[in-house]
Ligand binder design. Sequence first.
Ligand code: NAP
Ligand code: GCO
Length: 264
Amino acid sequence: MNQFSLEGKIALITGASYGIGFGIAQAYHNAGAKIVFNDISEEAVARGLENYKAAGIPVHGYVCDVTNEEQVQAMVKQIEEEVGIIDILVNNAGIIKRIPMTELSASDWRKVIDIDLTGPFICSKAVLPSMIKKGHGKIINICSMMSELGRETVSAYAAAKGGLKMLTRNICAEYGEYNIQCNGIGPGYIATPQTAPLRETQPDGSKHPFDQFICSRTPAGRWLNPDELGGPAVFLASDASNAVNGHILYVDGGILAYIGKQPK
Ligand code: NAP
Ligand code: GCO
């Protein structure tokens, strides 16, 4: 059996109407998995269903806010009835707020923590009982460069993603004995709607300063694409990674290994 195959597996990818979640779903489909996704609104799910249809990927889509435990528990129950037991959970849904900490409201702080950290807790808690019964499971948390590094204006996001790294290790610690592996993916800077504001062309036609900064911090000198996360995500969802647990796999083009382009 090809240890990288996902044939016969059911994968739930949260917040996957587009962006990184969609890229991972495409790779999982190509590896043989049955794809299930949720998004926060009917409109987002409808948009996602259109996107998957256009890509020729059969999917099951559900409206569910990952911060609402009642909704998540009901969604997982519905998926188990309509599709089957979830073998792979990718905690992808997330938001960011780029506001200096001294101007960040407590409610905005809580919203980021709630979606980016409490959401993965709620979703993981919902799928673990059936994974334990089934005798295997894969949980993959989408972490960030900010799981390791601070950056101005993203205090809540960095705190959430740092916490998500430790939640990953704790799920590994608590459920590894049930043949459940929980790992993280730490994407570098990926061209998605979330980072679009950082890549906007300036009024004078020049590149956004942050765009220039990221290209100088990435050895390849470019932003990465969502589909470049697919292979690492397949690895962490497959039998090829059954001995990998509690690990954060940085898919960052080398940012964490690089001091940045030296002045010529
Ligand atoms: P994105 O383009 O903003 O997509 C995020 C998705 O999550 C959207 O579909 C969004 O739905 C959904 N979502 C937000 N809140 C939700 C909730 N409460 N319940 C359910 N779904 C919800 O983001 P992305 O760039 O693809 O990022 C995906 C993940 O990767 C995030 O966790 C992000 O922090 C992480 N990440 C991104 C980068 C990057 O450079 N892009 C790098 C590292 C890590 P709506 O469309 O309805 O808002
Ligand atoms: C930002 C970006 C980053 C990326 C990602 C990097 O404002 O710095 O949005 O946070 O989304 O998390 O790994």
